[in-house]
Write a protein that binds this ligand. Structure first.
Ligand code: FRU
Length: 510
Protein backbone atom coordinates (compact mmCIF):
# COMPACT_ATOMS: atom_id res chain seq x y z
CA UNK A 1 0.00 0.00 0.00
CA UNK A 2 1.28 3.48 -0.79
CA UNK A 3 0.23 6.41 1.34
CA UNK A 4 -0.88 9.58 -0.40
CA UNK A 5 1.13 12.74 0.20
CA UNK A 6 -1.87 14.13 2.06
CA UNK A 7 -1.95 11.18 4.44
CA UNK A 8 1.77 11.43 5.04
CA UNK A 9 1.54 15.13 5.71
CA UNK A 10 -1.39 14.62 8.05
CA UNK A 11 0.54 11.95 9.93
CA UNK A 12 3.50 14.28 10.27
CA UNK A 13 1.31 17.12 11.47
CA UNK A 14 -0.60 14.99 13.98
CA UNK A 15 0.22 16.04 17.47
CA UNK A 16 0.92 13.07 19.71
CA UNK A 17 2.47 12.69 23.16
CA UNK A 18 5.55 11.24 21.43
CA UNK A 19 6.25 14.30 19.32
CA UNK A 20 5.32 16.89 21.93
CA UNK A 21 8.10 19.47 22.42
CA UNK A 22 7.06 19.45 26.08
CA UNK A 23 7.52 15.72 26.73
CA UNK A 24 9.47 15.48 29.97
CA UNK A 25 12.66 13.45 30.14
CA UNK A 26 13.08 12.75 33.84
CA UNK A 27 9.72 13.62 35.42
CA UNK A 28 6.74 11.29 35.75
CA UNK A 29 4.01 11.94 33.18
CA UNK A 30 1.20 9.73 31.90
CA UNK A 31 1.89 7.98 28.60
CA UNK A 32 -1.17 9.73 27.26
CA UNK A 33 -4.21 11.50 28.64
CA UNK A 34 -4.58 13.49 31.81
CA UNK A 35 -2.81 13.31 35.19
CA UNK A 36 -3.40 15.15 38.44
CA UNK A 37 -2.59 14.24 42.06
CA UNK A 38 0.11 11.74 43.01
CA UNK A 39 -1.56 8.86 44.89
CA UNK A 40 -0.46 5.81 46.84
CA UNK A 41 3.23 6.70 47.24
CA UNK A 42 4.92 3.79 48.94
CA UNK A 43 7.84 1.38 49.10
CA UNK A 44 6.79 -2.25 48.64
CA UNK A 45 8.87 -5.37 48.10
CA UNK A 46 11.97 -3.52 46.99
CA UNK A 47 10.30 -0.99 44.70
CA UNK A 48 8.94 2.52 44.97
CA UNK A 49 5.39 2.85 43.68
CA UNK A 50 3.67 5.99 42.52
CA UNK A 51 0.03 5.98 41.44
CA UNK A 52 -1.74 9.04 40.12
CA UNK A 53 -5.10 10.50 39.21
CA UNK A 54 -5.51 9.63 35.57
CA UNK A 55 -7.97 10.08 32.73
CA UNK A 56 -6.58 7.89 29.96
CA UNK A 57 -9.10 8.83 27.28
CA UNK A 58 -8.42 12.54 26.96
CA UNK A 59 -5.95 15.24 27.94
CA UNK A 60 -8.67 16.84 30.07
CA UNK A 61 -9.84 15.82 33.53
CA UNK A 62 -12.60 13.18 33.36
CA UNK A 63 -13.64 9.91 35.04
CA UNK A 64 -10.74 9.18 37.36
CA UNK A 65 -8.61 6.04 37.13
CA UNK A 66 -5.37 5.33 38.98
CA UNK A 67 -2.33 5.32 36.71
CA UNK A 68 0.78 3.53 37.98
CA UNK A 69 4.57 3.68 37.73
CA UNK A 70 7.27 2.04 39.82
CA UNK A 71 11.01 2.30 40.28
CA UNK A 72 13.85 0.60 42.12
CA UNK A 73 15.82 3.84 42.55
CA UNK A 74 13.45 6.85 42.48
CA UNK A 75 14.81 8.01 39.10
CA UNK A 76 14.12 5.33 36.46
CA UNK A 77 10.36 4.83 36.38
CA UNK A 78 8.53 2.09 34.56
CA UNK A 79 4.93 2.53 33.40
CA UNK A 80 2.40 -0.16 34.41
CA UNK A 81 -1.17 -0.92 33.36
CA UNK A 82 -3.91 1.17 34.93
CA UNK A 83 -4.34 0.01 38.53
CA UNK A 84 -7.92 1.15 39.24
CA UNK A 85 -10.81 1.69 36.85
CA UNK A 86 -14.09 3.41 37.74
CA UNK A 87 -16.66 0.95 39.09
CA UNK A 88 -19.78 0.61 41.25
CA UNK A 89 -18.26 2.85 43.90
CA UNK A 90 -17.87 5.63 41.32
CA UNK A 91 -14.70 7.00 39.81
CA UNK A 92 -11.45 6.56 41.72
CA UNK A 93 -10.37 9.76 43.46
CA UNK A 94 -7.15 10.32 45.41
CA UNK A 95 -5.85 8.14 48.20
CA UNK A 96 -2.88 6.25 49.53
CA UNK A 97 -1.17 2.85 49.65
CA UNK A 98 0.24 0.67 52.41
CA UNK A 99 2.46 -2.36 52.09
CA UNK A 100 1.18 -5.42 53.96
CA UNK A 101 4.33 -7.41 53.22
CA UNK A 102 2.98 -9.87 50.69
CA UNK A 103 0.15 -7.60 49.53
CA UNK A 104 -0.16 -4.00 48.50
CA UNK A 105 -3.32 -2.20 49.65
CA UNK A 106 -4.79 0.93 48.08
CA UNK A 107 -7.24 3.08 50.04
CA UNK A 108 -9.02 5.59 47.82
CA UNK A 109 -12.17 7.65 47.46
CA UNK A 110 -15.04 6.38 45.33
CA UNK A 111 -16.73 9.44 43.86
CA UNK A 112 -20.17 9.79 42.29
CA UNK A 113 -22.19 12.84 41.37
CA UNK A 114 -25.83 12.31 42.25
CA UNK A 115 -27.15 14.76 39.65
CA UNK A 116 -26.52 14.86 35.94
CA UNK A 117 -25.30 18.44 36.02
CA UNK A 118 -22.37 17.38 38.27
CA UNK A 119 -23.41 19.74 41.02
CA UNK A 120 -20.78 19.50 43.78
CA UNK A 121 -23.44 19.90 46.48
CA UNK A 122 -24.85 16.52 45.51
CA UNK A 123 -22.09 13.94 45.59
CA UNK A 124 -21.49 10.63 47.28
CA UNK A 125 -17.87 10.19 48.34
CA UNK A 126 -16.92 6.95 50.10
CA UNK A 127 -13.61 5.40 51.13
CA UNK A 128 -12.67 2.12 49.43
CA UNK A 129 -10.06 -0.62 49.61
CA UNK A 130 -8.28 -2.57 46.87
CA UNK A 131 -5.49 -5.12 47.25
CA UNK A 132 -2.92 -6.81 45.05
CA UNK A 133 -0.60 -9.77 45.37
CA UNK A 134 1.70 -8.78 42.49
CA UNK A 135 1.48 -4.98 42.95
CA UNK A 136 0.25 -4.67 39.34
CA UNK A 137 -3.27 -6.15 39.26
CA UNK A 138 -5.65 -4.90 41.94
CA UNK A 139 -8.79 -6.49 43.27
CA UNK A 140 -11.41 -4.17 44.68
CA UNK A 141 -12.49 -5.06 48.23
CA UNK A 142 -15.38 -2.60 48.32
CA UNK A 143 -16.39 0.39 50.37
CA UNK A 144 -14.88 0.57 53.87
CA UNK A 145 -16.32 3.92 55.02
CA UNK A 146 -19.73 4.46 53.49
CA UNK A 147 -20.74 7.74 55.07
CA UNK A 148 -18.92 10.57 56.80
CA UNK A 149 -19.19 11.25 60.54
CA UNK A 150 -22.00 13.76 59.87
CA UNK A 151 -24.85 13.14 57.45
CA UNK A 152 -24.69 16.63 55.90
CA UNK A 153 -21.08 16.30 54.74
CA UNK A 154 -20.66 15.91 50.98
CA UNK A 155 -16.96 16.58 50.37
CA UNK A 156 -15.20 13.67 52.05
CA UNK A 157 -12.11 12.48 50.20
CA UNK A 158 -8.43 11.64 49.80
CA UNK A 159 -7.69 9.13 52.61
CA UNK A 160 -4.06 8.92 53.76
CA UNK A 161 -3.39 5.76 55.78
CA UNK A 162 -0.40 4.77 57.92
CA UNK A 163 0.40 2.14 60.53
CA UNK A 164 1.48 3.03 64.05
CA UNK A 165 1.43 0.93 67.27
CA UNK A 166 -0.28 -2.01 65.53
CA UNK A 167 -3.19 0.19 64.49
CA UNK A 168 -4.13 1.66 61.11
CA UNK A 169 -4.67 5.41 61.11
CA UNK A 170 -6.43 7.45 58.42
CA UNK A 171 -6.85 11.17 57.78
CA UNK A 172 -9.47 12.32 55.26
CA UNK A 173 -10.19 15.78 53.82
CA UNK A 174 -13.59 17.26 54.63
CA UNK A 175 -15.66 20.34 53.90
CA UNK A 176 -18.03 20.93 56.81
CA UNK A 177 -20.21 23.95 56.13
CA UNK A 178 -17.67 26.44 54.79
CA UNK A 179 -14.80 25.04 56.83
CA UNK A 180 -11.94 22.83 55.72
CA UNK A 181 -11.35 19.99 58.19
CA UNK A 182 -9.43 16.76 58.53
CA UNK A 183 -11.30 13.74 59.86
CA UNK A 184 -9.37 11.01 61.70
CA UNK A 185 -10.21 7.29 61.83
CA UNK A 186 -8.61 4.14 63.26
CA UNK A 187 -8.84 0.49 62.22
CA UNK A 188 -7.40 -2.90 63.15
CA UNK A 189 -7.81 -4.48 59.72
CA UNK A 190 -8.16 -1.69 57.09
CA UNK A 191 -11.79 -2.74 56.62
CA UNK A 192 -13.69 -1.61 59.69
CA UNK A 193 -12.94 2.00 60.66
CA UNK A 194 -13.81 3.98 63.84
CA UNK A 195 -14.24 7.75 63.63
CA UNK A 196 -12.14 9.38 66.37
CA UNK A 197 -12.26 13.12 65.81
CA UNK A 198 -11.72 15.97 63.41
CA UNK A 199 -8.10 16.68 64.15
CA UNK A 200 -8.00 20.25 62.90
CA UNK A 201 -10.07 22.82 61.03
CA UNK A 202 -9.56 26.04 59.10
CA UNK A 203 -9.88 29.26 61.05
CA UNK A 204 -11.78 31.02 58.25
CA UNK A 205 -12.14 30.77 54.45
CA UNK A 206 -9.78 33.59 53.49
CA UNK A 207 -7.20 32.61 56.11
CA UNK A 208 -7.18 28.84 55.71
CA UNK A 209 -9.77 27.78 53.14
CA UNK A 210 -13.20 26.11 52.87
CA UNK A 211 -11.99 22.60 51.95
CA UNK A 212 -8.80 20.76 52.82
CA UNK A 213 -7.94 18.33 50.03
CA UNK A 214 -5.30 15.62 50.18
CA UNK A 215 -4.35 15.68 53.88
CA UNK A 216 -1.20 13.86 54.99
CA UNK A 217 0.10 13.45 58.54
CA UNK A 218 3.67 12.45 59.42
CA UNK A 219 6.47 13.23 61.84
CA UNK A 220 9.72 15.10 61.26
CA UNK A 221 12.29 15.84 63.97
CA UNK A 222 9.92 14.93 66.79
CA UNK A 223 7.12 17.19 65.54
CA UNK A 224 3.93 16.20 63.73
CA UNK A 225 3.19 17.77 60.37
CA UNK A 226 -0.23 18.10 58.79
CA UNK A 227 0.18 18.69 55.08
CA UNK A 228 -2.89 19.60 53.04
CA UNK A 229 -4.20 21.45 50.00
CA UNK A 230 -6.67 24.14 51.07
CA UNK A 231 -9.14 25.52 48.56
CA UNK A 232 -10.44 29.06 48.98
CA UNK A 233 -7.57 30.89 50.69
CA UNK A 234 -7.16 34.54 49.69
CA UNK A 235 -3.86 35.84 48.27
CA UNK A 236 -1.81 37.62 50.89
CA UNK A 237 0.94 39.82 49.45
CA UNK A 238 3.50 37.50 47.86
CA UNK A 239 1.81 34.40 49.29
CA UNK A 240 -1.05 32.13 48.23
CA UNK A 241 -1.21 33.41 44.67
CA UNK A 242 -2.26 30.20 42.91
CA UNK A 243 -5.88 29.12 42.51
CA UNK A 244 -5.48 26.63 45.37
CA UNK A 245 -2.67 26.29 47.91
CA UNK A 246 -0.52 23.51 49.27
CA UNK A 247 1.14 23.81 52.66
CA UNK A 248 1.55 22.52 56.18
CA UNK A 249 0.96 23.04 59.87
CA UNK A 250 3.55 22.01 62.47
CA UNK A 251 2.26 20.70 65.79
CA UNK A 252 1.69 17.79 68.09
CA UNK A 253 -0.84 15.10 67.28
CA UNK A 254 -2.46 12.96 69.99
CA UNK A 255 -3.73 9.65 68.58
CA UNK A 256 -5.83 9.04 71.73
CA UNK A 257 -7.97 12.16 71.53
CA UNK A 258 -7.39 12.74 67.83
CA UNK A 259 -6.47 16.34 68.53
CA UNK A 260 -3.76 18.22 66.64
CA UNK A 261 -2.30 21.23 68.47
CA UNK A 262 -0.83 23.36 65.71
CA UNK A 263 0.70 26.62 64.51
CA UNK A 264 -0.17 28.60 61.36
CA UNK A 265 -0.22 27.59 57.70
CA UNK A 266 3.05 27.66 55.74
CA UNK A 267 3.04 27.44 51.95
CA UNK A 268 5.23 24.55 50.81
CA UNK A 269 6.27 25.73 47.33
CA UNK A 270 6.25 29.23 45.86
CA UNK A 271 6.01 28.59 42.11
CA UNK A 272 2.96 28.53 39.85
CA UNK A 273 2.47 24.77 39.65
CA UNK A 274 2.48 22.73 42.81
CA UNK A 275 -0.48 20.98 44.41
CA UNK A 276 -1.80 17.88 46.18
CA UNK A 277 1.64 16.91 47.47
CA UNK A 278 1.85 13.53 49.22
CA UNK A 279 4.66 11.95 51.24
CA UNK A 280 5.83 8.48 52.21
CA UNK A 281 8.54 7.02 54.41
CA UNK A 282 11.39 5.36 52.49
CA UNK A 283 12.98 2.27 54.08
CA UNK A 284 16.02 4.33 55.09
CA UNK A 285 13.80 6.69 57.10
CA UNK A 286 13.64 9.56 54.64
CA UNK A 287 10.27 11.27 54.33
CA UNK A 288 9.88 11.85 50.60
CA UNK A 289 7.35 14.17 48.97
CA UNK A 290 6.04 14.33 45.41
CA UNK A 291 3.55 16.95 44.22
CA UNK A 292 1.39 17.47 41.16
CA UNK A 293 3.41 19.86 38.97
CA UNK A 294 0.42 21.77 37.64
CA UNK A 295 -2.46 23.83 38.93
CA UNK A 296 -6.21 23.54 38.44
CA UNK A 297 -7.59 25.76 35.69
CA UNK A 298 -4.17 26.82 34.48
CA UNK A 299 -3.44 26.84 30.72
CA UNK A 300 -1.86 23.57 29.60
CA UNK A 301 -0.64 23.94 26.01
CA UNK A 302 0.62 20.35 26.08
CA UNK A 303 -3.03 19.23 25.96
CA UNK A 304 -2.91 19.77 22.16
CA UNK A 305 -0.55 16.78 22.02
CA UNK A 306 -2.93 14.44 23.82
CA UNK A 307 -1.41 14.64 27.26
CA UNK A 308 -1.43 16.89 30.34
CA UNK A 309 0.06 16.79 33.79
CA UNK A 310 3.28 15.79 35.48
CA UNK A 311 4.70 15.12 38.91
CA UNK A 312 7.56 16.95 40.64
CA UNK A 313 10.89 15.35 41.37
CA UNK A 314 10.90 13.33 44.61
CA UNK A 315 12.05 15.61 47.44
CA UNK A 316 13.45 14.68 50.82
CA UNK A 317 11.85 16.64 53.66
CA UNK A 318 13.59 17.80 56.83
CA UNK A 319 12.35 20.08 59.59
CA UNK A 320 14.59 22.85 60.89
CA UNK A 321 13.18 25.40 63.37
CA UNK A 322 9.65 24.30 62.54
CA UNK A 323 10.23 24.97 58.84
CA UNK A 324 10.22 22.25 56.15
CA UNK A 325 13.26 22.12 53.89
CA UNK A 326 12.98 20.20 50.61
CA UNK A 327 15.98 18.69 48.84
CA UNK A 328 15.92 16.77 45.56
CA UNK A 329 16.56 13.13 46.56
CA UNK A 330 20.27 12.32 46.35
CA UNK A 331 19.62 9.61 43.75
CA UNK A 332 19.02 12.39 41.19
CA UNK A 333 22.76 13.05 41.01
CA UNK A 334 22.97 9.81 39.01
CA UNK A 335 21.15 11.58 36.18
CA UNK A 336 24.13 13.85 35.57
CA UNK A 337 25.71 12.95 32.25
CA UNK A 338 28.28 15.61 31.59
CA UNK A 339 29.13 19.07 32.82
CA UNK A 340 28.54 21.80 30.23
CA UNK A 341 30.07 24.54 32.25
CA UNK A 342 31.99 25.13 35.46
CA UNK A 343 32.55 28.81 36.29
CA UNK A 344 34.24 30.10 39.44
CA UNK A 345 34.42 33.66 40.77
CA UNK A 346 33.44 35.82 37.88
CA UNK A 347 31.75 39.20 37.73
CA UNK A 348 28.84 39.63 35.36
CA UNK A 349 28.36 43.05 33.87
CA UNK A 350 24.96 44.67 33.35
CA UNK A 351 23.11 42.86 30.60
CA UNK A 352 22.51 39.26 29.55
CA UNK A 353 25.34 36.90 28.69
CA UNK A 354 24.71 33.74 26.67
CA UNK A 355 26.71 30.91 28.20
CA UNK A 356 29.18 29.14 25.94
CA UNK A 357 31.83 26.49 26.26
CA UNK A 358 34.40 25.12 23.82
CA UNK A 359 31.57 23.72 21.73
CA UNK A 360 29.90 27.11 21.34
CA UNK A 361 26.71 28.37 22.92
CA UNK A 362 25.31 25.90 25.41
CA UNK A 363 22.06 24.41 24.11
CA UNK A 364 20.03 22.19 26.37
CA UNK A 365 16.55 21.53 27.63
CA UNK A 366 17.29 18.91 30.33
CA UNK A 367 19.80 20.07 32.89
CA UNK A 368 20.59 20.98 36.46
CA UNK A 369 22.25 24.26 37.38
CA UNK A 370 24.06 24.91 40.64
CA UNK A 371 24.47 28.65 41.00
CA UNK A 372 26.05 30.48 43.93
CA UNK A 373 25.83 34.26 44.01
CA UNK A 374 27.88 36.34 46.42
CA UNK A 375 25.53 39.14 47.35
CA UNK A 376 28.04 40.84 49.66
CA UNK A 377 30.16 42.54 47.05
CA UNK A 378 28.56 45.48 45.38
CA UNK A 379 30.31 47.67 42.85
CA UNK A 380 29.32 51.13 41.71
CA UNK A 381 28.02 51.23 38.20
CA UNK A 382 30.64 53.03 36.12
CA UNK A 383 28.33 55.31 34.17
CA UNK A 384 26.29 56.49 37.13
CA UNK A 385 27.34 58.75 39.95
CA UNK A 386 25.52 56.73 42.60
CA UNK A 387 26.79 53.32 43.70
CA UNK A 388 24.47 50.55 42.56
CA UNK A 389 24.29 46.90 43.38
CA UNK A 390 22.51 44.88 40.72
CA UNK A 391 18.79 45.28 41.08
CA UNK A 392 18.14 41.77 39.81
CA UNK A 393 20.45 38.99 38.74
CA UNK A 394 20.13 35.38 37.76
CA UNK A 395 19.51 33.25 34.73
CA UNK A 396 17.47 33.26 31.58
CA UNK A 397 16.56 29.66 30.88
CA UNK A 398 15.21 28.09 27.69
CA UNK A 399 16.17 31.20 25.67
CA UNK A 400 15.02 31.46 22.08
CA UNK A 401 16.58 33.88 19.62
CA UNK A 402 14.84 35.97 16.99
CA UNK A 403 16.48 36.93 13.66
CA UNK A 404 17.67 40.20 15.13
CA UNK A 405 19.76 38.16 17.54
CA UNK A 406 17.71 39.23 20.56
CA UNK A 407 16.10 36.73 22.87
CA UNK A 408 12.35 37.03 22.79
CA UNK A 409 11.70 33.82 24.68
CA UNK A 410 13.11 32.97 28.10
CA UNK A 411 12.12 32.10 31.64
CA UNK A 412 13.86 34.33 34.18
CA UNK A 413 14.89 32.79 37.51
CA UNK A 414 16.69 35.35 39.64
CA UNK A 415 17.26 37.23 42.84
CA UNK A 416 15.57 40.59 43.37
CA UNK A 417 17.76 42.68 45.63
CA UNK A 418 15.09 45.25 46.39
CA UNK A 419 12.64 42.77 47.86
CA UNK A 420 15.30 40.23 48.95
CA UNK A 421 13.43 37.43 47.20
CA UNK A 422 14.04 34.88 44.47
CA UNK A 423 11.56 35.06 41.61
CA UNK A 424 10.48 33.01 38.64
CA UNK A 425 9.17 35.15 35.79
CA UNK A 426 7.52 33.20 32.98
CA UNK A 427 6.00 36.16 31.14
CA UNK A 428 8.21 35.39 28.11
CA UNK A 429 8.40 31.61 28.57
CA UNK A 430 6.70 30.58 25.33
CA UNK A 431 3.09 29.47 25.00
CA UNK A 432 0.01 29.66 27.14
CA UNK A 433 1.14 30.52 30.64
CA UNK A 434 2.60 33.65 32.20
CA UNK A 435 3.01 35.43 35.52
CA UNK A 436 5.65 35.93 38.17
CA UNK A 437 6.07 34.37 41.59
CA UNK A 438 8.36 35.32 44.46
CA UNK A 439 9.86 33.35 47.32
CA UNK A 440 9.55 34.60 50.90
CA UNK A 441 12.16 37.16 52.00
CA UNK A 442 15.50 35.39 52.25
CA UNK A 443 17.31 37.20 55.09
CA UNK A 444 20.50 35.27 54.33
CA UNK A 445 22.89 35.39 57.27
CA UNK A 446 26.04 35.25 55.09
CA UNK A 447 24.63 36.86 51.93
CA UNK A 448 25.67 33.86 49.87
CA UNK A 449 22.74 32.66 47.80
CA UNK A 450 22.71 29.11 46.46
CA UNK A 451 20.21 27.98 43.84
CA UNK A 452 19.79 24.48 42.48
CA UNK A 453 17.62 24.55 39.41
CA UNK A 454 16.23 21.54 37.52
CA UNK A 455 15.07 22.27 34.00
CA UNK A 456 13.18 19.66 31.99
CA UNK A 457 11.51 20.15 28.60
CA UNK A 458 8.54 21.99 30.11
CA UNK A 459 9.34 22.51 33.79
CA UNK A 460 11.55 24.44 36.19
CA UNK A 461 12.11 23.49 39.84
CA UNK A 462 14.19 25.84 41.95
CA UNK A 463 15.67 24.84 45.33
CA UNK A 464 16.72 27.99 47.17
CA UNK A 465 19.22 28.20 50.05
CA UNK A 466 19.60 24.43 50.49
CA UNK A 467 15.90 23.77 50.02
CA UNK A 468 14.59 26.29 52.54
CA UNK A 469 12.22 27.42 49.81
CA UNK A 470 11.28 25.86 46.50
CA UNK A 471 9.60 27.23 43.39
CA UNK A 472 8.03 24.96 40.78
CA UNK A 473 6.53 26.12 37.49
CA UNK A 474 5.60 24.66 34.12
CA UNK A 475 6.84 26.48 31.00
CA UNK A 476 6.07 25.85 27.32
CA UNK A 477 8.96 27.15 25.19
CA UNK A 478 9.67 26.31 21.53
CA UNK A 479 11.67 23.07 21.25
CA UNK A 480 14.72 24.94 19.97
CA UNK A 481 14.71 27.63 22.66
CA UNK A 482 17.64 26.09 24.46
CA UNK A 483 20.04 28.91 25.31
CA UNK A 484 21.08 29.83 28.84
CA UNK A 485 22.14 33.35 29.88
CA UNK A 486 23.57 34.82 33.05
CA UNK A 487 21.86 38.12 33.71
CA UNK A 488 22.70 41.17 35.75
CA UNK A 489 20.51 44.26 35.85
CA UNK A 490 21.93 47.70 36.67
CA UNK A 491 25.16 46.60 38.29
CA UNK A 492 27.77 43.87 38.62
CA UNK A 493 26.77 40.43 39.83
CA UNK A 494 29.38 38.29 41.54
CA UNK A 495 28.99 34.67 40.59
CA UNK A 496 30.88 32.55 43.08
CA UNK A 497 30.24 29.44 41.05
CA UNK A 498 28.00 28.15 38.31
CA UNK A 499 27.85 24.55 37.15
CA UNK A 500 25.55 23.17 34.49
CA UNK A 501 25.03 19.41 34.31
CA UNK A 502 23.31 17.76 31.37
CA UNK A 503 20.69 15.31 32.70
CA UNK A 504 19.85 12.08 30.97
CA UNK A 505 16.30 10.94 30.29
CA UNK A 506 15.18 8.35 32.79
CA UNK A 507 11.53 7.72 31.95
CA UNK A 508 9.99 6.59 28.70
CA UNK A 509 6.92 8.78 28.87
CA UNK A 510 5.22 7.16 25.90
C1 FRU B 1 -7.12 17.40 44.35
C2 FRU B 1 -8.39 16.65 44.01
C3 FRU B 1 -8.75 15.67 45.10
C4 FRU B 1 -9.57 14.64 44.37
C5 FRU B 1 -8.90 14.59 43.02
C6 FRU B 1 -9.84 14.34 41.89
O1 FRU B 1 -6.46 17.91 43.26
O2 FRU B 1 -9.45 17.56 43.77
O3 FRU B 1 -9.41 16.23 46.20
O4 FRU B 1 -9.55 13.40 45.01
O5 FRU B 1 -8.26 15.84 42.85
O6 FRU B 1 -9.16 14.10 40.71
Amino acid sequence: MTLSTDTLQAARAAKTPQNSPWRLGYHIQPQQGWMNDPNGLCYHQGRYHVFYQHHPDSSKWGPMHWGHVSSSNLIHWEHHPIALYPGEEGTCFSGSAVSLGDELALIYTGHRWLKEDHNDDFMKQVQCLATSKDAIHFEKQGVVIDSPYRADIVHFRDPKVWQQDDTWHMVVGVKEGEQGKVAYYQSDDLKSWRFINTISESSGIEEEGYMWECPDLFSLAGKDILLCSPQGMAPQGYLHRNLFQNGYFVGQFDTQSGHFERGGFTQLDHGHDFYACQTFAAPDGRQIAIGWMDMWESEMPEQDYGRAGALTLPRELTLIDDHIYQAPVKELEQLRQSTHLDLQNIAIDSGYHPLSNVNGMIQSSQYEIELTLDLRQTTPQTNKSKAAAPERSGLWLRCGQTRSGKFDEYTYVGYDMMSDRVFIDRNHNGEGVNGIRYSPKLDLADEILTLRIFVDNSSVEVFIDNGKYTMTSRIYPQADSQGICLVSESGLTHVQSCQIHQLQSSIENF
